[in-house]
Design a protein around this ligand. Structure first.
Ligand code: FNR
Length: 182
């Protein structure tokens, strides 16, 4: 593939809506793009004492991010912010100081929530983190999805209106990656 896109899902829940959303994304991308969900469930809690000798799972995550042309975050909203597991992954791959894997990677944020905010609050917390990590982050369209009866089909795939909306977002994100590539 011309572009590998790393996808970070910020929920470890088996039936995660955000993972379902992430699972539906590859079908919306054009040829030349390959999406790879990266594992974050085996990362230990980040501990700066380990910077000189990072865990293998953190080294793997950094390798996968470095191989990617861009990163998509599918974030749940936990108590009006991002989940701890997502922040843990962001911290792991940002260290040791001066050796962040995130820098320069064009980012996209999507999120689905059962609450009315549709992860808007979580995403407003995620944006400045990505800004600090030097990740140019697509601004529009914003993807604030509240789970409704028709958001997902019975088989877990995207319902028609969600799919149409997400296709528009993917088209913009593809442009964003190509603009920042190389
Ligand atoms: C939630 N949930 C939630 N939803 C929301 O819209 N705003 C919020 O602030 C919170 N806070 C929150 C805290 C914690 C600790 C949990 C476990 C859940 C509900 C959340 O949207 C719901 O569990 C989603 O299903 C989480 O995303 P996944 O796991 O389906 O991807």
């Amino acid at each position: 593939p011309e572009h590998v896109i790393a996808v970070v899902v910020g929920s470890l829940r088996r039936e995660s809506f955000n993972r379902r959303l992430a699972d539906a994304l590859p079908a919306l991308f054009p040829e030349g793009f390959e999406l790879r969900q990266v594992r974050i469930d085996d990362l230990p809690l980040y501990n700066q004492d380990d910077d000189a000798n990072p865990p293998e799972s953190a080294l793997r995550l950094k390798r996968e991010i470095r191989e990617a042309s861009g990163v998509i975050f599918a974030t749940p909203e936990y108590n009006r912010s991002i989940s701890g597991v997502l922040k843990n992954a962001l911290d792991h791959a940002s260290r040791p100081y001066g050796d962040s894997a995130w820098a320069g990677k064009p980012a996209g944020i999507v999120g689905v929530s059962v609450g009315q905010s549709g992860t808007a609050c979580a995403q407003q917390h995620l944006r400045p983190i990505l800004g600090y990590l030097d990740m140019p982050t697509l601004g529009q369209p914003e993807v604030y999805i509240q789970v409704k009866d028709d958001t997902f089909d019975a088989d877990g795939s995207l319902g028609e209106s969600t799919r149409t909306f997400m296709q528009g977002w993917v088209n913009r994100y593809v442009d964003w990656v190509q603009r920042h590539a190389g």
